[in-house]
Design a protein around this ligand. Structure first.
Ligand code: PMP
Length: 299
């Protein structure tokens, strides 16, 4: 990539010029929403779904995004074009904007919109062949009746605490339980378990973001004839599952080989996990918005 250009409030600017006010409430209070999106060979995977989640998150916190969904589609596409990037990760952030030191959002005149696109690789390729060894951490998921997990907000401290615990344990990702001790999700991924050819993943209200990758996997698994259930389960169910895998925009579909020292299945990525990863990768290049074969304008 030559010179990286970032979309910032209506303009494309160089990385070093992509700065926002210290009075921005995204910075002061984590007041804002965001999305992590992927482009595969010039196809922005399920962009509509990502934007629906973004606009729903914004509505929930009464944040007005100063662009229509159509304009936002064009902005995302144009950011990839400006950077001549076909395969990359896109971070879309909408913060409440600059206000004063009080937390009242009425003092923030206009939301700030930032779109960053850059190459991405989260886990080394080998980990997709061996699977991840993860641990359960003490940090619990925010209660879903306090802060809805449907809101993908800039308040990620909960997840950061999980990541810190994972780091301390030397694990690449960790499992978070909800306040009642049921399995919720990872720090930035959803979890699936497979038992007797049936898939299970926690429903959103248990304390999981309803991930776009999660939804795609549910669709793909059903097309293949597998039964998928969104249900509440415990660590015991995870330990005794035939297969466990995580899903997320950055991680895609990645097997888990060990949880809290318990070997999952025979310790290798299972057949359903592998099958769904192949299906998912096929879907990523077809299902979405094409970057380079349409004329779009950013206003
Ligand atoms: N849970 C959390 C907390 C996340 O941050 C993410 C990443 N966005 C996910 C799950 C996976 O969601 P998606 O498949 O939409 O990336």
């Amino acid at each position: 990539m030559s010179e990286q250009l970032i979309f910032l409030d209506g303009r494309f600017v160089k990385k070093e010029d992509a700065v926002i006010s210290v009075y921005d409430h995204g910075f002061l209070y984590g007041d804002g929403v965001f999305e992590g999106i992927r482009s595969y060979s010039g196809n922005v995977f399920r962009l509509d779904e990502h934007l629906s989640r973004l606009y729903d998150s914004a509505k929930s916190i009464m944040l007005t995004i100063p662009y229509t969904k159509e304009e936002m589609t064009n902005i995302v596409v144009e950011t990839l074009r400006q950077n001549d990037l076909r395969d990359g990760y896109i971070r879309l952030v909408v913060s409440r904007g600059a206000g004063n030191l009080g937390l009242d959002p009425r003092n923030c005149a206009k939301a700030s919109v930032v779109v960053i696109a850059e190459p991405l690789s989260i886990y080394p390729k080998e980990l997709y062949e061996t699977g991840l060894e993860i641990v359960t951490v003490a940090t619990r998921r925010n209660r879903s009746d306090v802060l809805s997990p449907m809101v993908k907000s800039l308040n990620y401290l909960n997840n950061i605490l999980v990541k810190i615990e994972a780091n301390l344990a030397g694990a690449p990702e960790a499992l978070m339980l909800n306040d009642q001790g049921y399995v919720a999700e990872g720090s930035a991924d959803n979890i699936f378990i497979v038992k007797d050819n049936k898939l299970y993943t926690p429903p959103g209200h248990v304390g999981a973001l309803v991930g776009i990758t999660r939804n795609a996997i549910i669709d793909l698994a059903r097309v293949k004839g597998y039964e998928v259930s969104e249900s509440v389960f415990t660590r015991h169910d995870v330990y005794t599952a035939d297969e466990v895998f995580l899903t997320g925009t950055a991680a895609e579909v990645i097997a888990v080989s060990k949880v809290d020292g318990r070997v999952i299945g025979d310790g290798n990525p299972g057949p359903i996990t592998k099958e769904l990863l192949v299906d998912f990768r096929e879907l990523t290049v077809t299902d979405g918005v094409k970057v380079f074969d349409q004329t779009l304008h950013v206003s």
